[in-house]
Design a protein around this ligand. Sequence first.
Ligand code: FAD
Length: 509
Amino acid sequence: MTDSTGLSRRELLARFGAAAATAFSAGAGALPAAEVGRWDMSTDVLVAGSGAAGASAAIEARRAGAEVLLIEALPRFGGSSAMSAGVVYAGGGTALQRALGVEDSVEQMFRFIAGAGGKHPPLEKIRLYCEQSSAHFDWLVAQGVPYREELALAMTVPMAGESLYFSGCELAWPARELATPAPRGHVPVAAGMTGGRVLMEALLAQVTALGVVMRSGVEGRRLVVANDGRALGMQVSVAGESRTIRARRGIVLASGGFIHNREMVRNYAPELYDCAVPWGNVGDQGMGINMGIGAGAAALRMHQGFAIVPLYPPESVLAGIVVNASGQRFIAEDTYYGMLGDAIAYHQQGRAWLLTDHGNELPAWQDNFLPVAQANTIGDLADQLGFPKGALQNTVAYYNRYAGNGEDPLFHKRAALLRPVQGPPYRAWDLAVDKSFVPAHTFGGLHTGPDGEVINSFGEPIAGLFAAGRTSAGLPGAPYIASGLSVGDATFFGRRAGLAAAGQGGAAV
Ligand SMILES: Cc1cc2nc3c(=O)[nH]c(=O)nc-3n(C[C@H](O)[C@H](O)[C@H](O)COP(=O)(O)OP(=O)(O)OC[C@H]3O[C@@H](n4cnc5c(N)ncnc54)[C@H](O)[C@@H]3O)c2cc1C
């Protein structure tokens, strides 16, 4: 039997002795301060995790005058943030948008984020994020993150050094009717998809320059709590040895999500469990979330996450139609691939097919999906796929009747991508989440307020405890409406959590 650390009880006993094995067993929760004889280290603010959230928290806590210790479980700093494309969703008239003549407003950005995603989004956080988005972008620039004044028109992360693009479903129906579309994906100048590395190099350089003490190979295991529930410190593992760290002012849990803790994913987010590619660094073990829960925190939206079905590039493929196991369309094909992935993973039992004709084959280099059926008639194709009799024929006939006139009464696909599906060979490409290239990661996490204060199941803040990034339930949810909301949320709310942990909560960042 293993616990959430992935270690068997026997391994725990061998490493830490019987007392530690008892403390680390499921249900042990937090470590009572009375059991800590002597603290091994102390600091004002302890940050666990060195990704975008942790680095941003450390920078702000240090600038607020706190002594800061940043610990990282892995040998390397940067987390999933450094693996990412570094897209930050920003708007409301950022300096980059203005330089490129893009019109945007806080209100339109708010309407998009609040309205295009799932039910009951965290409106207070979205409002703050939108109101301060332009200033937050300036902050990223001030930390040394480079951007170039160039706009990309394609739907994918720009590869030629452009720094602004439509990173979400803004142009697709129904989002385009909710809010005036504006490009809000801000991408650091980088070769290919390495924007996250560039962003993290800049943030970590600031962390170092400010004199934050950084320790890799130090894994947080349990929070140490006082009798009144206040978080006082953390029990950590250093090369297999148990140590304790006292945090005089506050602790920021910034330890990423849990996509690589397969047991947690199966239990909390079963729709993501089947997705073929766990997407994130191996530190995504849910330890920050579990530490918080162990100290009494509530966790929210633990089933939600990001599952992308990357149909494009090329965008011409979106002229085909996507159907479910009943042979019916269920979404505008030209939407953001996070919306498509969500629809398939959460609402179509993980199964769907792209149907193409001779005019819009997937090119050989687009090998995310395989053709699983080919025929000269739609009926034969449907038979091969085992669809209900006549269903696909009806779907294609209905779609074709309007597509020729540039109309899509069901899902309002953009006219530029509308044309009848006609002309064999017809092919069906498998979009099943477990058989194709479908990356997934988690969005659920600790319940936090706007300053990152961790909240318990009675709705009360846990004194001394803060969380940010994917350890918290933040702006990104299911469906995921735009690239950049995760790193954007991690940097923005990471900053607020760092300030609050240092004792300056509530300040505008
Ligand atoms: C290939 C790829 C591309 C992506 N592109 C984008 C994008 O362009 N824009 C976007 O918004 N999102 C993107 N994402 C998602 C995004 O990268 C993450 O959701 C985000 O970076 C999470 O930031 P974080 O600070 O919460 O966590 P992380 O960056 O993962 O940092 C958490 C750190 O905590 C460490 N840690 C874990 N447990 C402990 C512990 N117990 N003690 C100490 N340290 C611990 C981890 O090792 C890790 O280093 C992408 C993801 C991937 C994989």
